[in-house]
Design a protein around this ligand. Sequence first.
Ligand code: UD1
Length: 418
Amino acid sequence: MSSYIIKGGNKLEGTVKISGSKNAALPIIAATILAKGSTTLYNVPNIQDTQMMYEIIKILGGTVQKKKNKIIIDTRNIDKYEIPDTLMHKMRSSVIIVGAIVGRYKTATFSYPGGCDIGSRPIDLHLKAFEKLGISINQNYGSITCTAEKIIGNKIDLDFPSVGATENAILASVLAEGKTMITNAAREPEIIDLQDFLNKMGAKVKGAGTDKIEVEGVKKLKEISYNIMPDRIETGTFLCLAAITGGMVKLEKTNPMHITPVINKLEEAGCQIQIQGETISLQAPKKLKAVDIKTMPYPGFPTDMQSIMATIFTIAKGTTIIVENIFENRYKYVQELNKMGAKITVEGKSAIIRGTRKLYGATVKATDLRGGAALVLAGLSAKGTTIIENIEYILRGYENFDRKIRMLGGDIEVTNLI
Ligand code: UD1
């Protein structure tokens, strides 16, 4: 297990280029399976979650060539349709690949997915969507097999606008017979990126970004190249890193439109923000002000920014109330932050943060990807040295995290990297 060792107190200042989006790259990598041939992707983040997707594609019989952030995936020789348990357990997003496998081969076998322990994370909505398309689901001792003679377009009304279920419903219906209409669909920008990618391949998907998505089945897709959108959560993380350390950052190659609620909350907290095209700059105030936050499906405040934003309010003036509406178990990091002097109490879906003057270095453990990133923010602002254990969680989702932080003047090192 690897750790970060952070000496807090430096202001983060300078310019950072934002990487490609993890949550857009994962379904798009899965979608390459739908075209029989080779797909070239640019701006793919080099993180553990994307590596895991490559592992799955290789096990199925595909090939993956990597050159920095350019990836060439060849799915011509895929001849296996079963995702091994070990890979399913390592990453929840692996379930996304099921829609693409069954969409192309009419069969897929997998087990219940794993990933960050931030709540129960069921997949019932994914399975219901598959069934609507005429796919039969057989469950046997934790192993799930999806099969269909024909996939036929249908109406799919999601009980909740789940991002993954929306993506899986699209992936499974792109090559279906007839038209599929997904209502109460998730509206996240990553779904628009998936739609743009699929349409470039020759699919007929429209409506992504709204709650109604229409997919008209096509017979086959073609080989293309595609540039993945910027990561909005990495963008928000670096803005918060500057905010908590009293610094100033300029973030390049991002899409400011995707993080409007995060920008609004940072401005309410006293940060000065400037947006110019694909660039966002943030100047932190002398003292941050407490601001309340409620997480909601897009375009609301993103749950993935909850722990990170909460951390900046641990040293703000006043009391912050956070309400987490998406995942029921997303406050595990609180116990770790409290070891560093934060004053947070959790009551069900809500966390109450009483701002304190300073955090203090301690040995803490990352409990999930974004909760781990929150501890990095805390460590960089704290007095003294912080050791963050289990950083494997953080490496799942941030490309060159420690290197980018060092470029901004943060004192962070990695130990025991395997
Ligand atoms: C995606 C993102 C994740 C983000 C989340 C919410 C990726 C790879 N991950 O995860 O970073 O935090 O959206 O914005 O894009 N649910 C069910 N049944 C289902 C599916 C989901 O009850 O079949 C519930 C979940 O338990 C959760 C809520 O719906 O409470 C939202 O989950 P969902 O939108 O599906 O998140 P993911 O797609 O897993």
